[in-house]
Design a protein around this ligand. Structure first.
Ligand code: ATP
Ligand code: MG
Length: 431
């Protein structure tokens, strides 16, 4: 039986006879020679087939982009080849043919989106997906090492948490008060009384009607919740988590970041330097002084303001103490300024904006009920949740990180849509 090795392993080996398999990434031919750049999940390599060697030339001559092949041949160093080596093919097998591959060089965004299932094979998407895999692993690793349990909340939920306007309702056997999760939070808080420190990475759903480069309707949400914590602990876990993720990607994926055209010097400060901390009120002052943007106190920061603010720094900003009215009902009032809450948004540099939202949770049951009423919610529907404040309530808090927002920032992508294999937005749910 032939033993196949990866193209990367073949390149590392550098000489001798090897068998490899993969897909035709590029091809060109003449009467006597066929050059094929073969791609597998690890690398690409130039392969050459000579007419003299193969009497069945017609089959080789017809080979097109994305045909799948198994090749055996002799490696030789060749500085002209993209990855430094060439395979002189001695035998081959066409495993799957390909005819007129629909993705050619010049493609509109729209047609690439229609052909997303094929576009995944591009070197850019492959690089993003490798980084994505590392990001998920790094999140897991960070929380497990820090003593958190992985915990799972339901996706079908009967209460809303982050505001009703972007809820997806589901026809649940004719019942209409069922929604897809926007966050795990109301189902995570009950579990900290059992496990104390918990995390998850799970899909969240938001019926975002805005067409922005940072909103999906289905995204992966890494969330944590912990008992006995102070507001500062939430911020420090967020900072350490982001440093851990970026470091893991930089350690492992310099080649992929290069394929994506990412300037990695822009990411290094995040690993090395402390994050910038400021309150919402200070942020307004900076926006006014340095960016000539005058925002009345009490209004939420918009994308454009977050962009301008984050362009001023080379590390993420932890912005805290937002006005109560722009944040969710469960956030604790700040004892020193009850107009504000102990909530924090992490804003990624280079204009990427919010990647984490977190807070210390309100423990006063009366205040929570009051805030629910102000949000036009019925406190009795939250009775199960309010039990968390009735029986042995403790100070606690947590945050949610948008995994695709982090990937977009790390990879330097124009849009969040390219941070997930099959993006779901208001306009697109196919293929
Ligand atoms: P934004 O103001 O940008 O809409 P948000 O305040 O609604 O964000 P949170 O409710 O705090 O966000 O959610 C936690 C995290 O989830 C955010 O910091 C962000 O990273 C991510 N997130 C929120 N909405 C989306 C979305 N529609 N698509 C992708 N990621 C999202
Ligand atoms: Mg939102």
């Amino acid at each position: 039986m032939t033993e196949y090795i990866s193209i990367q392993d073949a390149l590392t080996k550098g000489t001798g006879k090897v068998s490899i398999r993969g897909w035709v990434h590029r091809e060109r031919g003449s009467a006597k020679l066929k050059f094929i750049v073969l791609r597998d999940s690890t690398q690409i390599i130039q392969c050459v087939l000579k007419r003299d060697t193969f009497p069945e030339w017609e089959e080789i001559d017809k080979l097109q982009v994305e045909s799948s092949l198994q090749l055996t041949g002799e490696l030789k160093k060749d500085d002209r080849a993209t990855t430094g080596y060439e395979l002189l093919v001695e035998s081959y097998e066409v495993v799957g043919t390909s005819d007129k591959y629909p993705i050619t060089k010049d493609q509109s965004k729209e047609s690439l989106a229609d052909k997303r299932h094929l576009y995944l094979r591009s070197r850019k998407m492959t690089s993003m997906m490798k980084i994505r895999s590392t990001v998920f692993g790094a999140i897991d690793e960070y929380f497990k090492t820090a003593g958190f349990y992985e915990y799972h909340s339901p996706i079908f939920q009967s209460v809303q948490c982050e505001g009703g306007s972007d809820l997806f309702s589901v026809d649940y056997f004719g019942k209409k008060d069922v929604f897809l999760a926007q966050t795990w939070q109301l189902y995570a808080e009950p579990a900290i009384f059992a496990l104390e420190k918990i995390y998850t990475i799970s899909p969240s759903f938001r019926a975002e009607k805005s067409k922005t480069s940072r909103h999906l309707t289905e995204y992966w949400h890494a969330e944590m919740e912990m008992a006995w914590c102070k507001f500062e602990d939430i911020q420090s876990h967020g900072e350490k988590l982001l440093k851990h993720i970026v470091k893991a990607v930089l350690d492992k994926h310099k080649p992929e970041l290069e394929i994506l055209g990412r300037d990695i010097t822009k990411l290094e400060p995040t690993v090395k330097k402390p994050f910038v901390r400021m309150t919402y009120t200070e942020a307004l002052k900076i926006l006014k002084e340095k960016c000539d943007m005058d925002i009345p106190w009490g209004k939420d920061l918009r994308t454009i303001e977050e962009e301008k603010l984050t362009e001023l720094y080379d590390v993420p900003i932890i912005c805290t103490h937002y006005p109560k009215q722009v944040k969710a009902f469960y956030m604790t009032e700040d004892p020193e300024d009850p107009r504000t809450v102990q909530g924090c948004d992490f804003l990624a540099p280079e204009g990427h904006g919010e990647i984490i939202g977190g807070s210390q949770r309100e423990h006063d049951i009366e205040k929570i009920k009051q805030r629910l009423i102000e949000d036009d919610e019925k406190p009795e529907e939250y009775d199960f949740y309010l039990d968390t404040r009735r029986y042995g309530s403790v100070p606690h808090g947590g945050f949610g990180l948008g995994v695709e927002r982090v990937i977009r920032w790390i990879c330097g992508l124009d849009t969040i849509k390219d941070a997930i294999p099959f993006p779901r937005t208001m306009e697109r749910y196919k293929p």
